[in-house]
Design a protein around this ligand. Structure first.
Ligand code: V47
Ligand code: SF4
Length: 389
């Protein structure tokens, strides 16, 4: 007797899509062409059901989040990515902000006594904020709160820091890791394919440089994430090329935790004329990513960018992680046109968001160790408990 998902695959009208569906059910790896075909031809209900099936095989109903906060050292940037609504060019640096070490430590101290597990540090690329500035900052954060996981710096920021300090990637990564940098976020990946990259972010680190920095971090025992900025001028084969390069590195190192597709938002940037992707295209992207990235343990939807309701929807299309409470000064997405003007959710709100769509909220640390399962938690009780607000 066939199960529902097998019947759904068997009933697919297109023979190629049926074959891909069977591969997924056998847990066989999808090829490059399979990835493109899914984008081109697969009906959303089928690709969504397959991705949900894979997600539930891997994680059941569990939906992870963490309790974190962001620090953005500066929005001044030497680069000029066309999609960026957030940075101020170095030439106009008086229009931007720059935080001092003391100001950043004050942000860390403002969380004293609060049960956050991670600080996420990411911002523009400012020539004065060099390798030694950040090494010193990380040491001071760790001296103040040794158990706080420091996840920081995109490969773009690191590439610039290392070149400016005239150190190799290996030397630079070792220095930061020894100072207390625990892991790296996935930003700066955008779209790796040079035909697209040259049009949207010509002047920053290229695909090989980005991958080399992550590989070096993995070789030092650090975990990292990977993003993909989608829904602008890229074509389906560029998306699959991007995922393929990440999948290959993951086969080698197993150092990536999470893949995070980032939906391009078109407000107030040099690509404002580009129409944003539809919700149907967004859900399909998440689903194909879950199917293609078979060696990535986690797929994350970043709720400040998608909006809360769409983030809930992704949980039926392969996603098993909603990032975190993010308590934040994060301006990247509100400036780029996301409807989330206040990117902070209390733990009670995040738990409620996940429970509303009948998934199991699990608080995790950065490395996906379970901190607390909220399956049986009473949201009304959490909402009045200061520890969860
Ligand atoms: O690399 C910039 C993106 C990224 C826009 O690793 C935009 O846990 C959409 O990488 N529309 C930085 N996206 C943020 C990032 C991130 C976020 C959350 C979690 C993690 C993680 C990483 O933001 C940039 C770029 O791809 N971005 N402008 C825009 N207009
Ligand atoms: Fe700078 Fe990052 Fe914005 Fe590019 S996306 S301009 S590297 S802050």
């Amino acid at each position: 007797m066939n199960t529902g998902i097998e019947q759904l695959v068997a009933s697919a009208k297109d023979a190629e899509i049926r074959t891909i569906g069977e591969k997924v059910l056998n847990r066989s790896r999808l090829s490059f062409d399979d990835g493109v075909l899914l984008f081109e031809k697969a009906p959303l209900p089928l690709v969504g059901a397959l991705a949900n099936w894979v997600r539930e095989q891997m994680h059941g109903n569990k939906t992870y989040f963490n309790r974190n906060f962001h620090i953005e050292p500066t929005n001044v940037c030497v680069f000029a990515c066309k999609f960026c609504s957030y940075s101020r060019l170095y030439a106009h640096r008086e229009e931007g902000w720059e935080l001092s070490t003391e100001q950043m430590l004050d942000i860390v101290k403002s969380y004293d006594g609060k049960p956050v597990t991670e600080v996420h540090i990411v911002g523009g690329v400012h020539p004065k904020m060099n390798l030694y500035f950040f090494t010193d900052l990380i040491k001071k954060i760790k001296a103040h709160r040794p158990d706080l996981h420091v996840k920081g710096f995109t490969a773009v920021e690191l590439d610039y820091m290392f070149r400016k300090a005239k150190v190799s990637v290996e030397e630079g990564m070792k220095l930061l890791h020894t100072a207390g940098l625990d892991s790296m976020p996935g930003g700066g990946a955008e779209i790796f394919h040079p035909d697209v990259r040259v049009q949207i972010c010509d002047d920053k680190v290229d695909a090989d440089g980005w991958l080399h920095i992550h590989k070096t971090a993995h070789n030092l025992g650090m975990h990292t994430n990977a993003t993909m900025l989608y829904g602008h001028i890229e074509q389906y084969h560029h998306r699959v090329d991007h995922m393929e390069r990440l999948r290959q590195l993951q086969d080698e190192t197993h150092g990536f935790n999470t893949f995070i597709p980032l939906k391009f938002r078109n407000h107030d940037n040099e690509m404002s004329h580009v129409t944003e992707s539809t919700i149907v295209e967004d859900m399909k992207l998440y689903a194909v990513a879950r199917l293609y990235m078979d060696n990535f343990p986690h797929l994350k939807a970043y709720w400040p960018m998608l909006g809360r309701q769409n983030a809930q929807l992704t949980l039926s299309f392969g996603v098993n992680d909603l990032d975190g409470t993010i308590d934040d000064t994060t301006k990247i997405y509100s400036m780029a046109g996301s409807e989330e003007q206040t990117p902070a959710l209390s733990t009670a709100q995040l738990v409620s968001l996940i429970k509303q769509v009948r998934r199991e909220p699990v608080e995790r640390d950065t490395l996906y160790n379970e901190v607390k399962n909220y399956k049986d938690a009473d949201v009304a009780e959490l909402a009045v408990n200061p520890l969860y607000n």
